[in-house]
Design a protein around this ligand. Sequence first.
Ligand code: NAD
Length: 299
Amino acid sequence: AAETIDGKGIAALVRAEVGVAAQRLTAAGQRPGLTVVLVGEDPASQVYVRNKDRAADRAGFRVETRKLPAQTPQAELLALVAELNADEAVHGILVQLPLPGGLDADAVVRAIDPAKDVDGLHPDNVAALWMGTPGHRPCTPSGCVELLDRTGIDIAGRNAVVIGRSLLVGKPLAALLLARNATVTIAHSRTADLAGLARGADILVAAVGRAELVRGNWIKPGAAVLDVGINRGADGSLVGDVAFDEARERAAAITPVPGGVGPMTIAMLLRNTAAAAARRAGLDAEQVFAEARLIAAER
Ligand code: NAD
């Protein structure tokens, strides 16, 4: 049976490393600062925001959540973004999506300073991703690549099939895998013979939002399988987009749900924020993380 990729453990490791980096940056006068903007009362968003807040706090960041009522006018939200753009103590701005009806999420994301857009959704960052220039990369997709790297799974030259083409997950993940020299196919709801396509994948990613869409006989023997999906099962439990028990009979490595890709998102959000603080301090973020990794490994 497949190796279960321990996303929870790997995310904890990344957060510990970011914590070490945060100490260094604080000493350099740039304590990483994250502001989360939550508009309205969506219960799922409230849980996500609380988790982000707690993780940032534990990593030694300065973190605040700005809560606004669902009826907040667009102009007021844009004014808050402008205020945070100008605030030197804020390195990362995250506007929790989706926004309540009547608000233009696209315009809000465009208003964020791209250097502080730690979700990587501003058009400048989307362009930078596809151009291969520096910029913030979206958190869930970069978490997927981090899982592959830290599990020792090769990417270059291999066939990757990404099921799902959203702006948040599928498309940016395809770009990241392409940048790492995978041969990438993006599949979606209109793809013909999805199962046959999946069977050619050395790296198969499901980011759809349909419980157990991907069956065991879709998996190429020896493949790595990343399950991004989060769905509610009939009994209320969380299930992924992949039929885990079937898939693990054929895969070489697979992420569980929960405890796979999910925990990586916040870890990468913290890393993006710390990277923004490092750049503000005039430091090379990659070097700061490399040093933090060595220090964290000794602890
Ligand atoms: P989305 O609804 O925006 O996109 C879903 C994609 O799946 C679409 O591109 C669509 O073309 C494709 N699709 C739909 N039905 C299909 C089918 N039958 N066959 C093949 N493709 C099909 O969703 P999203 O935001 O990309 O999220 C996808 C899943 O990942 C959701 O379950 C979501 O909850 C989860 N998610 C998890 C994290 C995390 O782990 N932190 C982050 C974001 C999203």
